[in-house]
Design a binder for this molecule. Sequence first.
Ligand code: SF4
Ligand code: SF4
Length: 455
Amino acid sequence: MQTKFDTAQLADPGTAAAAAAIRGCVHCGFCTATCPTYVLLGNELDSPRGRIYLIKEMLENDALPSAPVVKHLDRCLSCLACETHCPSGVSYRRIIDKGRAYVEAQYRRPFADRALRALLAWVLPHHRRFRGALMLAALAQPLAGWFERIPGTRPLATLLSLNRAAKSLGREVSTRRGEESAPVRPAVTLRVGLAAGCVEPVLDPEIQQACVRLLQRAGCEIIRAKGEGCCGALSHHLGREAEALEMARATVDAWHRQLEAGPLAAIVVTASGCGPVIRDYGYMLRDDPRYAAKAVRVSALACDLSELLDRIGLPPTVDVPPTVVGYHAACSLQHGQRVAAAPSRLLANAGFEVREPKESHLCCGSAGVYNILQPDIAAQLGARKAQALGALTPDVIATGNIGCMVQIGAVSRVPVLHIAQLLDWATGGPEPGAMRRRPDAQQTIGEDQQGRVVS
Ligand code: SF4
Ligand code: SF4
């Protein structure tokens, strides 16, 4: 695609990166069919190609973002399915990231939108604030029905439903183990960092506990990085670049201190939504002389739990009851990090029967805080995904991202677990509490009171 950025505009590193990516686009439109918003809305401006045009026009002309342009950019899930399917290798993330940051800097959103975004950015990355917010949400739960009905307040209803959705994940852990009678602790062969995350440990602390047990059984020593907070992904997706960079620097510092104490084989991320951003620190901090090299080092070590296990091998498995697992590939994993086969392969090697849904490339609508900011589109995508997974008649749905767990868990009667919990169980860990409450495997698909598809 021809561009006409001038030298002054290209002096901005974000614009230069976006311009280079835009130039790679040959307008072929292969990406449109894989874009969830285009599939749902059928509007070219809600497709990757359409958004690339909108951002190009806006940046080239130094134009103030108009409300319609912002609407179409806000509807983008940043799922990056378009990147995976682009034959020209266009790095759409560089384009949308610049577009979002530009909108954030140049556009004055309506008050309610600004307030909601500020609230999300203030609360979610911080454990204590988020825990407090969940408690308040539980108290305010009776108001959710009102917010559902009052135009413009649906995001608040979604926010209030987070607490209910978190409870549905089934944190309770059974004390029942598999056949193994005593936990195996092989000699430690690898020193591995485990990223703490922000939202995940509050919504479902069992995920990291399962991950620790699993990795220890695989011969890893688990290292935590003191001072590590949110990786910055939530702020990044909101276009709040300065905030995201501050969080990235704090995370890099925290891991760098650990690296000075000794080498790490990997920094494992259990929330795949964080992975693409942590892996991108080297790029995000490339112009910061104090951080550029350190950030590259941290990015290079970051990997998804499934990647590390695929590399080092699963610990010996134990007998668990025959279980059909519907595997949902999180976009942040399959598109954002291009990790596609490892999770299913590990689950199959652990003895589960793994089934994958049709349209597995389509986003479930979670996408960070998208399900709060764009509740209507997110609900449609969530229902579509739950229906596709329900058609597999699984005993359990597994995925690698807490956001997807909450989004799908809100409309599915089949328990939704993180793959760490299933792999932990299959290698001698406790049976996840949610499994013991599982309904019959043969689920029917119906609708809940709000008309959303449940499976
Ligand atoms: S598939 Fe790639 S090259 Fe084709 S229109 Fe989409 S972004 Fe452009
Ligand atoms: S990131 Fe996802 S929603 Fe956004 S344009 Fe690409 S495919 Fe569509």
